[in-house]
Design a protein around this ligand. Structure first.
Ligand code: NAP
Length: 283
């Protein structure tokens, strides 16, 4: 990976709590110049004080195009380059498909998908100039497999997966890598303050969407995933010789992703004759 003074420059969105904060803490502790951003930069005061010479603290709401542009410019002005962009900022939303509120889920798309896309578009000209860099997109195992109560959240993360997979193929010849991170349940603020939920008005979804929402809310603060270990794993993977396109995090993510693989294989194999039969006859 290209470096400045031998240290890669990281740029991370959503550093107030959770994965963003732990990734920032990790890169700063390694001595890497790091652009740490948050909607409310006062949440970053402790990191700013501890790492005054390494941390550039910026206000950044990924829904605000002007802030994205200003933050990217400030990062390049201060450090001369951006080696790793971590698109981490994201929120959740729980509710059945039918009960989900249109404006709320559109806002979630603005943050989880368009914010990530706009941020990436802002940084790419610099990475193309460098002919190096890594885009780390924090997706979810929910970008691979969907569950009740999460249709729109899953849709945002499936979108992140598709954007990332295509982008990785366009960027590989330019020396730029893409890493999609797919955590299972981790002990951050995501299932608590960072997720809105639909009003539960339709009894027919009591055993599906409502049950799943209650389960997710119930395990908030008790998830098996450790965000500190996740941050270590992400940094290690970015720095590895041959990083994968996708990195699952946590045992639950591994188990659920494998369930999806099995389900895909069952459908593909079970319906192979019908699928293949839809082409014009050969010859
Ligand atoms: P978190 O502790 O709630 O952190 C979410 C971060 O995103 C906060 O810093 C929040 O800032 C920020 N954010 C929200 N909207 C934003 C916006 N418009 N602009 C900039 N920042 C914004 O939860 P987390 O688990 O670390 O979430 C980080 C990512 O991990 C998300 O993309 C989430 O979908 C993904 N993820 C989490 C889990 C899990 O179980 N924890 C599993 C899979 C994927 P504020 O403080 O301003 O709200």
């Amino acid at each position: 990976m290209a470096t400045q003074n031998d240290k890669p420059v990281w740029f991370i969105t959503g550093c107030s709590t959770g994965f963003g904060r732990e990734i920032a803490r990790k890169t700063l502790s390694l001595g890497y110049p790091t652009v740490i951003t948050a909607r409310n930069p006062s949440t970053l005061a402790d990191l700013a004080n501890e790492y005054a010479d390494l941390a550039l603290v910026l206000e950044l709401d990924v829904m605000k195009a002007a802030q994205i542009e200003a933050a990217t410019r400030a990062a390049i002005e201060r450090f001369g380059r951006i080696d790793v962009l971590v698109n981490n900022a994201g929120i959740g939303y729980f509710g059945s498909f039918e009960e989900s509120e249109r404006d709320e889920v559109r806002t979630m798309f603005d943050i989880n998908v368009w914010g990530l896309a706009d941020m990436t578009r802002a940084v790419l000209p610099q990475m193309r100039k460098q002919r190096s860099g890594t885009i780390v997109n924090i997706s979810s195992v929910g970008g691979i497999i969907a569950f009740p109560a999460l249709s729109f959240y899953n849709a945002t993360k499936f979108a992140v997966e598709a954007l990332s997979e295509s982008l990785s193929q366009e960027l590989a010849p330019l020396g730029i890598k893409v890493l999609v991170v797919e955590p299972g349940p981790f002990r951050t603020d995501w299932a608590g303050r960072s997720a809105n939920q639909a009003p539960q008005t339709i009894d027919d979804y009591a055993n599906t969407a409502k049950a799943r929402t209650d389960m997710i809310r119930g395990y908030s603060g008790k998830q098996p995933g450790d965000p500190v270990r996740a941050a270590d794993a992400i940094v290690k993977t970015v720095e590895s010789e041959n990083p994968p396109l996708r990195l699952l995090l946590g045992k639950a993510a591994l188990a659920n992703a494998r369930l999806k693989l099995d389900a895909l294989k069952r459908d593909f194999d079970g319906w192979e004759t019908v699928s293949a039969g839809a082409d014009f006859p050969e010859g």
